[in-house]
Design a protein around this ligand. Structure first.
Ligand code: PLP
Length: 435
């Protein structure tokens, strides 16, 4: 499989080349030359395959010759070493829990897959040290830090917005040390992302160090997120109903992976882009005009993105045809107040504790299904993108109850925060050059 730049001003590259470079030299995002379609019999018989077998079949055509079969099988197996349970909330609404991984957010899947692909790339061709540069609005940092921790030949530098991530999130990305460095930026997530993008086109910098990105702009992180849409389809309740999936969205990598899965032949009837007040995409779906904004801080902070990077890929999947896109995708956005109410509603219905992001997914799902002529013909699934403990401050207050601390989190809370403050791109650059 070859990948081209969506800015159309760079040469095509193979899977591993795209993974190693992150962003194309013309600053465009890489996109596959074609989207493979899976054998219908395979999808029809999905229940006969293990999660690892499914993931291998799904990703193999995107990897092509770049990683031999045995290695890719092992990478997939190491990536998916946890479950993706579906929890029924009402007769037609269920949560897909994507937070059973080591850092309690869905980003573990993409980060683990990418770390292993990059490490493979380093063994087949001596590239010297690779520096992974990543901006985080909250959960990416922890997942990437964990996924790449102590991986040979790879240094990770994480930029996060000061005071805008939760305490647990901050500890997950600042306490590991070793090959992981956290930079605390006096600004927003968009500022962090802008600095990362600037680094990738800084000729002086990229001539001196091998840089790659572990944001969902990197195809390895982005595409691996398809895995759990297939697993969800396999395990869906009410298989005779039309499946609609609501994706709490920020940078839109997760939703974009779901849409690719559908393009490969997975029968998902409809998708919902559920956002907080950072509603650039729902507004676009209303008006047809894409107007990026400055990001606004909310209690669902991992979605505080005003100009989502991956939206351009979503448009490409539909050949930039607005009406085609609208047929498959609806958008809804919600305030913090509505989010809080939803967390309470889900808890009252089922005793289930949703996190603020999942709660927004729930709201979008409900709004869509209720607007349909026959709501009972749908099975809705919203993605529970993070464990509620990561947002304990707000969730415990809303529900007036305590969330049980998962074992795997206890260690990180005792460790000391290690981070360096930075304000400008120049500071980032000199840090990268003088380490
Ligand atoms: C990153 C994140 C999101 C947004 O995902 P995108 O792929 O950026 O749209 C939603 N919820 C949680 C908990 C996240 O960490």
């Amino acid at each position: 499989m070859k990948y081209f730049s969506l800015n159309h001003n760079a040469k095509d590259v193979s899977f591993l080349e795209a993974v190693v470079s992150g962003l194309a030299p013309d600053r465009g995002l890489y996109f596959p030359k074609e989207i493979p379609v899976l054998d219908q019999a395979f999808i029809y018989n999905l229940r006969q395959y293990s999660d690892h077998e499914i993931a291998f079949q799904v990703i193999q055509p995107f990897v092509g010759e770049d990683i031999p079969k045995e290695q890719l099988e092992k990478i997939v197996k190491d990536t998916l070493n946890f479950d993706f349970p579906i929890v029924k909330i009402t007769e037609n609404v269920a949560a897909l829990e994507l937070f059973q991984g080591p850092t309690l957010a869905f980003k573990d899947v993409g980060a683990r897959f990418m770390a292993r692909c990059l490490s493979h790339a380093n063994t087949v061709k001596e590239r010297g040290k690779i520096t992974v540069l990543v901006a985080t609005s909250g959960d990416t940092g922890g997942a990437v830090a964990d996924g790449f921790y102590k991986v040979n030949g790879i240094d990770v530098v994480i930029l996060y917005p000061k005071g805008k991530v939760s305490d647990i999130q901050e500890r997950q990305l600042t306490t590991l040390g070793e090959n992981i460095t956290a930079l605390e930026v006096d600004g927003t997530f968009d500022d962090c992302q802008e600095m990362v993008k600037s680094a990738f086109i800084d000729i002086e910098l990229i001539q001196k160090i091998a840089l790659t990105s572990a944001n969902s702009i990197n195809i390895a992180r982005w595409l691996a997120q398809m895995f759990y849409y297939f697993i969800a389809y396999k395990n869906r309740p009410n298989p005779d109903k039309k499946l609609v999936i609501s994706v709490p969205s920020g940078n839109f990598g997760n939703l974009c992976a779901g849409l690719i899965a559908r393009q490969m032949g997975l029968p998902i009837d409809h998708f919902i882009a559920s956002t907080n007040v950072n509603n650039t995409v729902p507004e676009y779906l209303e008006s047809g005009e894409y107007a990026p904004k400055k990001s606004i801080q909310t209690i669902s902070n991992a979605m505080d993105v005003g100009d989502p990077s991956n939206f351009i890929r979503i448009q490409k999947i539909f050949n930039n045809d607005f009406f085609k896109l609208k047929k498959t995708l609806s958008g809804f956005s919600y305030s913090d107040k509505q989010t809080e109410k939803a967390i309470k509603e889900i808890f009252d219905q089922k005793g289930y504790i949703a996190d603020p992001h999942g709660a927004i997914g729930y709201l979008g799902l409900k709004a869509f299904v209720e607007s349909q002529e026959d709501p009972t013909s749908y099975q809705g699934i919203f993605l529970e993108t993070a464990h509620p403990i990561k947002f304990a401050n707000s969730v415990e207050k809303i529900l007036n109850t305590q969330i049980q601390m998962p074992e795997r989190l206890k260690g990180v809370l005792q460790k000391e925060k290690l981070s360096r403050p930075i304000d400008t791109y120049q500071e980032l650059k000199s840090f990268l050059l003088t380490r």
